[in-house]
Design a protein around this ligand. Structure first.
Ligand code: BEZ
Length: 212
């Protein structure tokens, strides 16, 4: 199967989850979505990741992002594991986890990388926009927990650059200066950014964004 790329429509599926059956596109509705896999229930790094995602609940909600996890386990194990996550991480998991014991969704989204492990998923992340398009993908190995603040930062950039004719530079955070898109000529840029910009090079025009 061809790999899932940025700009593709996220494959739809029906699956069991810790919150009952899920029809993925219907569940996403008009929201942004994050689909992320974790290798296995009752494993240490995954336990910290799920506690972290649960702790960031308000940050996801503020950006209208729905979050859904996945592991190749059954829902009884996943639900029992939620108790351990609450106990050790001080956070109740309040988002669904896809119970993909048959690895159907993991196969569809290529979350099993056989040269890493032919039984467990890697740590995949798919960011999906309200049009169901894949906007960002990340793949981490089992031994490396992800930085969910970075995922939020990247979604801040996606949401901003969808709304304004800008791109965000390295290490950008909300409130920092941005870059005028190369496709916007100076005449158009003057309309969009009447307060001007700093042209470090003709192709590198840095601008402060006035709040809209
Ligand atoms: C973990 O979540 O801690 C983990 C899972 C699989 C392999 C290595 C670590």
């Amino acid at each position: 199967m061809a790999s899932i790329k940025i700009g593709d429509i996220a494959p739809d599926f029906n699956a069991e989850s810790t919150r009952g059956p899920i029809s993925f596109h219907q569940w996403l509705g008009d929201s942004w979505g994050i689909l992320f896999s974790h290798p296995k229930t009752f494993t240490p790094v995954c336990t910290t990741e799920l506690g972290t995602v649960a702790r960031l609940k308000d940050e996801f909600a503020r950006r209208q992002i729905k979050v859904i996890g996945l592991s190749v386990d059954n829902s009884d194990d996943q639900i029992a594991w939620e108790g351990d996550i609450a106990e050790t991480q001080g956070q109740q998991v309040d988002f669904p986890m896809i119970s993909d014991a048959q690895r159907e969704v993991a196969s569809l989204y290529e979350m099993i990388h056989p040269n890493a492990s032919d039984t467990l998923t890697v740590r995949s992340v798919y960011v999906i926009d309200p049009n169901k398009k894949i906007r960002l993908t990340l793949t981490y190995p089992a031994s490396t927990g992800r930085d969910f603040n970075e995922i939020l930062r990247a979604i801040d950039s996606l949401q901003l650059t969808d709304a304004r004719k800008v791109a965000t530079p390295a290490n950008w955070k909300v409130g920092d200066d941005v870059i005028i898109l190369p496709a916007i000529d100076d005449e158009k840029a003057a309309e969009l950014f009447p307060e001007g910009w700093d042209a470090k090079k003709p192709y590198l025009r840095v601008v402060k964004l006035a709040a809209k």
